[in-house]
Design a protein around this ligand. Structure first.
Ligand code: FEO
Length: 183
C-alpha cells in the first residue's frame, strides 16, 4: 500500500507528465501551422510517449491501493519562434522533469518504499534517453542555423519518427504494452 506522501507525490507527477504531453501537442500544432510537418510529427510522437508516462503512474497508484487524482493543466505556450527555440524549451522542460523524478526517487528511499524505487527506476532511465534525444537535435539545429535547405532536410528526417508506445489504454498498461516495441 502506498503511503499518503508517496501517493500525493505520484499524483503530482501524473500532472507533470500530462502537461508534458500538452506542451508537445502545442509544439506539434505550431509546426503544422508553419508547414514543418516533420517537426510536427516528432512532437506528436513525443505527445504519445508522455501519455504513456502519465498512464503508467496512473495505473501504478491503483495497483498499490491508492487513487489517481487528476488536477488542472496549465496552458502551454502556443507559439515557438523556431525549431531551435522549441527544442531548447523541450530540453529545459525535460531537465525539470528529470529533477522531479529524482525527487520522487529520494522520497521513495526516505519512505523505505522499495516497490516505488523499482517502479521509478524506469523513469530514471527514460529521462537519460529523453534529454539525449533533445541534445542531439539541438546540436544539428545549431549547425543548420537559418539555412532553409538544412531545416527542410531535418524536417524530412523527423517525419520518419514513429511511435513505439501503445496509444490505447482501456484494458490497462500491461495489455497495451503487449506486442509493442515499448513492451
Ligand atoms: Fe515524461 Fe518527457 O518526460
Amino acid at each position: 500500500m502506498l503511503n499518503k506522501k508517496m501517493e500525493d507525490a505520484l499524483n503530482d507527477q501524473i500532472n507533470r507528465e500530462m502537461y508534458s504531453a500538452y506542451l508537445y501537442m502545442s509544439m506539434s500544432s505550431c509546426f503544422t501551422h508553419k508547414g514543418l510537418k516533420g517537426f510536427a510529427n516528432w512532437f506528436m510522437v513525443q505527445y504519445h510517449e508522455e501519455m504513456l508516462h502519465a498512464m503508467k503512474i496512473y495505473e501504478y497508484i491503483g495497483l498499490r491501493g491508492g487513487r489517481a487524482i487528476l488536477k488542472s493543466l496549465q496552458q502551454p505556450p502556443p507559439e515557438f519562434e523556431s525549431p531551435l527555440n522549441a527544442f531548447i524549451s523541450t530540453l529545459q522542460h525535460e531537465q525539470f522533469i528529470t529533477k522531479s523524478i529524482n525527487e520522487l526517487m529520494e522520497l521513495a528511499i526516505a519512505e523505505k518504499d522499495h516497490a516505488a524505487q523499482i517502479f521509478l527506476q524506469w523513469y530514471v532511465t527514460e529521462q537519460v534517453e529523453e534529454e539525449n534525444n533533445d541534445n542531439e537535435i539541438i546540436s544539428q539545429l545549431k549547425i543548420i542555423r537559418d539555412d532553409p535547405n538544412g531545416i527542410m532536410m531535418l524536417d524530412r528526417e523527423l517525419a520518419a519518427r514513429t511511435t513505439t508506445v501503445p496509444t490505447e489504454f482501456s484494458k490497462g498498461i500491461e495489455a497495451a504494452l503487449k506486442g509493442t516495441a515499448a513492451g
